[in-house]
Design a protein around this ligand. Structure first.
Ligand SMILES: C[S@@+](CC[C@H](N)C(=O)[O-])C[C@H]1O[C@@H](n2cnc3c(N)ncnc32)[C@H](O)[C@@H]1O
Length: 270
């Protein structure tokens, strides 16, 4: 896949990555195809979504929620069903939005979830449109700092930004883990919370997600890797990338983790 000590993480391609060769296109398609019909696309669980929701504090009776990089929409479905939220679910990958629309219909939630094919880095909603901006495992695609800067204006007064993000859980990560996560420039939770405060947020909660959240994602991804058709263009590489990511977790999982941040813009003058 790349040079260096071994395969590094294959990131979700974002809109701006444009496909200038059939080889790149095949890799892109295989990456997504391996992940179609997974219930979630990052480490997480319904229990974690519920816990982060509880840290956000009291909400209006029908909160307006913007779920960015929603994928197949596990969090959007939970927020609509359990917080009576009116959810705008944004993603660039139409097949994930199709999966979410199917689940939305099956659960009788069509009046509560609106799917939008859009770029989380280029949102045109008016300022103050949402009580919650929610982003599980997606802020890294435009960068934590950029996400905090861009999404703040979308929150109504008293609104909350909830996102989950990968961090170092040690100050001395191994060379292998560093090389693997090189493109993502991980920081520690202390560093991230400092960045959040400097960006004008108060930190309502920080939650290190349990190992079972990784299992929930990787167990299902591993099953897809086992049955993937590796004769398909790009698929052998996609499977190797997924297996490397899972093995990295097994061997170096103590060095990094997923953290949920619950952040509220500090009111002007406060
Ligand atoms: C790691 S997945 C997380 C999906 C979902 N939140 C979850 O946890 O299951 C990241 C998602 O962001 C989407 N994505 C990538 N770049 C995006 C962008 N610029 N704007 C909106 N969505 C984007 C991908 O298609 C993918 O569904």
């Amino acid at each position: 896949m790349r040079g260096g000590p071994g395969p590094r993480i294959q990131r979700f391609p974002t809109l701006s990555e444009h496909h200038d060769s059939s080889d790149r296109n095949a890799r892109h398609e295989a990456f997504f195809s391996l992940r179609h019909r997974l219930p979630r696309q990052s480490p997480g669980s319904d229990a974690t979504t519920r816990h982060l929701l509880s840290l956000a504090g009291p909400l209006p009776a029908r909160p307006r929620v913007l779920d960015l990089g929603c994928g197949p929409g596990r969090s959007a479905l939970l927020l609509a069903a359990e917080a009576a939220a009116e959810v705008t679910a944004v993603d660039l990958h139409e097949p994930f939005l199709d999966e979410l629309r199917t689940a939305t219909e099956a659960r009788g939630l069509t009046a509560s979830i609106d799917t939008v094919n859009g770029d989380m880095g280029d949102l045109t909603h008016p300022d103050g449109s949402f009580d919650l901006v929610w982003a599980e495992g997606s802020a890294y695609l435009i960068g934590f700092d950029t996400a905090l800067r861009h999404w703040r204006r979308l929150l109504a007064p008293g609104g909350t930004l909830v996102l989950t993000h990968c961090v170092w859980t040690t100050d001395t990560p191994s060379d292998q883990a560093r090389a693997f996560w090189e493109d993502d420039a991980l920081r520690t939770t202390d560093q991230d919370t400092r960045v959040a405060r400097d960006a004008g947020y108060s930190v309502l909660g920080v939650y290190l997600q349990p190992e079972s959240d990784w299992d929930e994602y990787y167990d299902a991804l591993g099953v897809h890797a086992d049955v993937a058709d590796v004769t398909r263009p790009g698929m052998a590489e996609a499977v190797a990338g997924a297996r490397a990511e899972i093995a990295m977790r097994r061997e170096h999982g103590r060095e990094y983790g997923y953290v949920g941040y619950v952040l509220r813009p500090v009111a002007v003058g406060a």
